[in-house]
Design a protein around this ligand. Sequence first.
Ligand code: ZN
Length: 257
Amino acid sequence: MRLVRFEAQGTVSYGIYIGDIVHPIAGDPFGELVTTGEPVPTADIRLVAPVAPSKVVAVGLNYRDHAAELGLGIPDEPILFIKASNTVVGPGASVVYPRQSERVDYEGELAVVIGEETRSVPAEKALSKVLGYTASLDMTARDLQAKDGQWTRAKNFDTFCPLGPWVVTDISPDDLAIELRLNGELRQSSRTSQMIFTVSELISFTSSVMTLYPGDVIMTGTPSGVGEVKPGDSLDAYIEGIGTLSTRIVEAGEVAS
Ligand code: ZN
């Protein structure tokens, strides 16, 4: 099942996306799903980020091929950082290239959406806390990441966390193809089976540090092939079983779509 969040006539709602029709649901998708109101054609709505997380937790280095590419060892524990809620934008929304940076990189990532309040869950039960999975981009001002020595500024410019296009509830995250295209050209291509820490392990580890709330997102790291973007570029992050999240990079001051 594909869960979406959408805007129609100034109102944002959750819905179930089937074919070219969205069936609105009452409230949010974190309890029982109850459809309500008239189904709407997708042509009449605008998809926004599929959830509105209280926090997005991301992981520093989590693919074996990316560690090898960087000449880095395998970490003993996940390196966690936060992307604040201001960074989140939906499918098709633009990423604004900040004036303060001269080097912005893409990182295509599988994102996990938490379905219920979760604290200190063991890895073997962690997937039962998941609502579903979506695609994401961990945009990073690489020059500022190096300059600051910590990552808050580099990872948290407005629009630096595109999410979407929807949350898929019925896939296993353990061995999915993950690809990123820059201006249509394949730059990242791997499988989630290359992860150093599995999705279950990441949820367990993160929830032993901080309580996860419904709608919170865990970004699971990026494979090899990370690279630079410039204003005008387009990015397409594809994950098998989910689909493609597309965005375009715009100059600060340009009107974001
Ligand atoms: Zn990342």
